[in-house]
Every structure is written in structure tokens, then in C-alpha cells.
Design a protein around this ligand. Structure first.
Ligand code: AMP
Ligand code: GLY
Length: 428
């Protein structure tokens, strides 16, 4: 099978690494990829939203399957683009239709969906410029903290957790009246703050059945002890000690099953990954958000932990046999630690040479996944905020974290920063 993988981050490096192990994978192409994916398959210089150029590559390379990493092309309709074109309709595109991708692309859409299907989530209301003054009254009467969310995609920056009414009112005005996130904040969802521990569960669905393929805890804040600004994710562990049978049963019965049944009942075309962003509130799971893709850096721990052949799994999602697949996990614990550019998630400099990549990769039981990297001639340099992760396994979670940090200590670039406390609440 010839596979085209779309994206350029650590998630895509991990996907490429996993798919290349399958004997079903003949040629693997990545658009646009990064130096990490270039060591596994062939990178194509095509951007993720350039559907016409992707189509040319699909036809030229006799691609059988397209795996979409990031949310942007999904929300922009990449599934529909290939499905509706007679020349490419045979290609197995892993990702939901644009309509179904609204589960991630519109907070209001996903909240309505959860309400219709009685899926536990924070209580909420939505506002636009038309009912702005009602929104102001709603904020004034709401207990604190209060959560404001731009309805559309805002590159991970559209959520404000306000600790005071004043702060909430300023953000509300910024989003709606001053169009802080453009069209994405023309509508704002205001919701109840959920107190708990955040975890992510991942499933693959064909729109009727599903398989759970992993779960992880992501550390989102830049600073140790979960302090400072939110980032795309600074590290992950999997499995998560409190995600035991009892908790997972609640997640499956109250959240995953009704979500997949809802997708089916509403005739949403969805063949792809579902990322359930959950809050564990004293043992009870609530949905914070749906994403219609895998997480980053969650993918960097869930795929190494997954023993099942990923390409077979993705083929099963296309041919009606997903229900029959047997999912197996490695017995070890896994951890990934993200190295970022100094200054991230604020301003940072790039184009610094990255040293020690091959030394880190030789540490037993360790993988290096590149994210914001690029070539400068033959040299690999920093090109983004989140630069790379090291993933390691261990008999215990503590050992996995130690091994990942040990591998990271072989790598150096100017300004490199990473959290040394990933897994801290579990004694790591
Ligand atoms: P989202 O883009 O919906 O994932 O929100 C970004 C982050 O804000 C989440 O990962 C949570 O850490 C936090 N968050 C979102 N909604 C809530 C909520 N209702 N209660 C508490 N924290 C939240
Ligand atoms: N790590 C969170 C995300 O991928 O959205």
C-alpha cells in the first residue's frame, strides 16, 4: 500500500515511524514532513491545505491511503475533496468529513452535539454580537472561574479561564466586539469551570464501530508544577495510573459509545481518529473538547505503546472490519518529554543547530521524534517552538520518564528548555 501522510510535527514523525513498521506499507510519502520523517519516507514540498497539489501527488504516486495529521485540512474539507473527485474516490482518507470535523472546528457545534446525546460536559451558553448584552449579564451572574471559548479554530489560543468578572468581560469584548480571533470569535461559548485532572483518550472509528487505541496525560503548562502559560503540550505519560478499569468503563459507557452512536444517528461521515479531551472530576469523566485527530505530543507515547499494526487498523476502518480488530498494548510504561525553543510559547529565535540527535537515538528503548525542525543544508536546525521529543519506555512510569530525560540530555541547541517534572504527581 502507498501511503501519504499529511503534516509536519512530532505527531507525524511518530505516525510515520509506526506506519513504516507495517509490512502493508510499501511507499510512505509525507507532505510536507520534517527532517525526522525524511529519514523514514519521502517528504513532498506541499503544504497541508494545498489540496490540488496533494491530488497531483496522490495520482502520480498511486496513493492508496491518506492519513491526515492536523485539524486544519480536515476542517477545510480534505476528506470531501478526495471523496467527491472520481479520480481519487477510491483512496482511503483517514479523517472525518468537514461536517463531522465541526466537532473540533466549532465549540458551539460540539456542545450542541453533546447536549443532544446526553454526554457529560460543562454547562454553557453561547453568544454573538446579536445577544452581546445578555452575554455581559450572563458573565456578571456566573460563578468564578469562568471559561470563555472562541467558537472556531484559534491555534490553541481561543480559550480564556478568567479568575475575575472584569477579566472575563474584557476578554468577551475583545473576542466579540474587537474580533480578537477574527471569524473564529464571532461566536463565544461561555462555560462552567471544571475542576479536575485532564486526560486524553483516543479512538479510531469508521462512523459505526470504534476501537480505543490509547490514552495519555499531557502536561500543558510551560512551567514546572503546572505553572505559567499554556503550550501545545510539554510531555506525556501513558498509561495513566488512575485510568483504571472502573474509570475507563465510565468513559466508554457515558462518553465514547454515545459519541459514536450520535455520529452514526446524525449521518455524519467520520472515518478517523477521535480525541476525547476529558476532565476527571473526582472519578467522574466530563468532555472538555473533541478533536478530530490525534494529539501532539500524545501520539508520541500512544503509538510506541500500541502493539497492533497501525496500517492494518486504518485499513479495517475502511473495509468494515474495525469491530473485529484486536488491540494490544506493550506492557511497559511510556513517557515523552518535549524540548522547546527558549522563550516559547512567547517569542523565540530559530535556526539553531541541533546537536546530539544520533547519540540520543542510541539510548536503548528510546525514540527521538522531531517536530519544529528543518534542514539548513545538511544540518538539522530549530524551526519552531516545540522542537522535538524523546520517548522512552520503562518498567514503571518513573523509569520511563528518567529514560526519556536521559536521552534528552544528549541533545543540545541554544536556548533549549524542557520540563523536568513530567509525571511528577505519580512519583516520577
Ligand atoms: P480547549 O481548547 O477546549 O482544549 O481548552 C484549552 C484548555 O483549557 C483545556 O485543555 C483545559 O486545560 C482548559 N479548559 C477548557 N475548558 C475548560 C473547562 N470547562 N474547565 C476547566 N478547564 C477548561
Ligand atoms: N496536546 C494537545 C493537542 O494535541 O491538542
Amino acid at each position: 500500500m502507498n501511503i501519504l501522510l499529511i503534516g509536519a510535527g512530532g505527531r507525524e514523525h511518530a505516525l510515520a515511524w509506526k506506519m513504516a513498521q507495517s509490512h502493508h506499507c510499501d511507499h510512505l510519502l509525507i507532505a510536507p514532513g520534517n527532517p525526522g520523517t525524511a529519514s523514514i519516507g519521502t517528504n513532498l514540498d506541499i503544504q497541508v491545505n494545498d489540496f490540488n497539489a496533494l491530488k497531483v501527488a496522490v495520482l502520480e504516486n498511486a496513493i492508496d491511503m491518506i492519513v491526515v495529521g492536523p485539524e486544519d485540512p480536515l476542517v477545510n474539507g480534505i476528506y470531501d475533496f478526495f471523496a467527491k473527485d472520481a479520480a481519487t474516490a477510491h483512496v482511503n482518507v483517514i479523517g472525518p468529513s468537514a461536517e463531522a470535523a465541526q466537532l473540533e472546528g466549532s465549540k458551539a457545534f460540539s456542545k450542541h452535539f453533546m447536549q443532544r446525546h446526553h454526554i457529560p460536559t460543562a454547562s454553557y451558553a453561547e453568544f454573538t454580537v446579536d445577544n452581546y448584552t445578555q452575554g455581559v449579564d450572563y458573565i456578571k451572574a456566573h460563578p468564578l472561574p469562568i471559561v470563555l471559548k472562541a467558537d472556531g479554530l484559534a491555534a490553541g489560543k481561543g480559550v480564556i479561564i478568567a479568575l475575575t468578572q472584569e477579566e472575563a468581560l474584557v476578554s468577551f469584548e475583545e473576542m466579540i466586539q474587537n474580533k480578537q480571533f477574527g471569524e473564529a470569535s464571532a461566536k463565544v461559548v461561555i462555560e462552567q469551570f471544571l475542576e479536575g485532572i485532564e486526560v486524553s483518550v483516543f479512538a479510531l472509528t469508521d462512523g459505526i464501530s470504534y476501537q480505543i487505541i490509547g490514552h495519555a496525560k499531557d502536561y500543558k503548562r510551560i512551567g514546572e508544577g503546572d505553572t505559567g502559560l499554556n503550550t501545545g503540550g510539554m510531555g506525556c505519560v501513558s498509561p495513566v495510573p488512575f485510568m483504571d478499569k472502573t474509570f475507563m468503563q465510565k468513559v466508554e459507557e457515558r462518553i465514547i459509545k454515545p459519541t459514536i452512536q450520535g455520529i452514526h444517528a446524525e449521518n455524519l461521515t467520520y472515518k478517523g481518529f477521535v480525541f476525547f479531551g476529558l476532565m476527571n472530576c473526582g472519578g467522574e469523566p466530563y468532555v472538555i473538547e473533541y478533536n478530530c485527530r490525534l494529539g501532539d505530543p500524545e501520539t508520541e507515547v500512544i503509538l510506541p505503546r500500541l502493539q497492533t499494526d497501525l496500517v492494518s487498523l486504518l485499513a479495517a476502518a475502511d473495509n468494515g472490519t474495525l469491530e473485529d480488530v484486536n488491540i494490544e498494548y506493550h506492557a511497559s510504561a511510556f513517557a515523552t518529554v518535549m524540548a522547546v525553543s527558549g522563550g516559547y510559547p512567547g517569542n523565540y529565535k530559530k535556526n539553531f543547530e541541533i546537536l546530539g540527535l544520533s547519540e540520543a537515538a542510541t539510548v536503548p528503548g528510546t525514540l527521538v521524534f522531531q517536530a519544529g525542525t528543518g534542514f539548513e543544508g545538511n544540518t538539522i536546525v530549530t524551526k519552531g517552538g516545540r522542537v522535538l521529543t524523546t520517548t522512552a519506555q520503562g518498567y514503571t512510569l518513573q523509569e520511563a520518564v528518567k529514560n526519556a530525560q536521559n536521552a534528552l540530555s544528549k541533545i543540545h541547541f541554544e536556548g533549549m528548555y524542557f520540563r523536568k517534572d513530567i509525571g511528577y504527581e505519580f512519583g516520577a
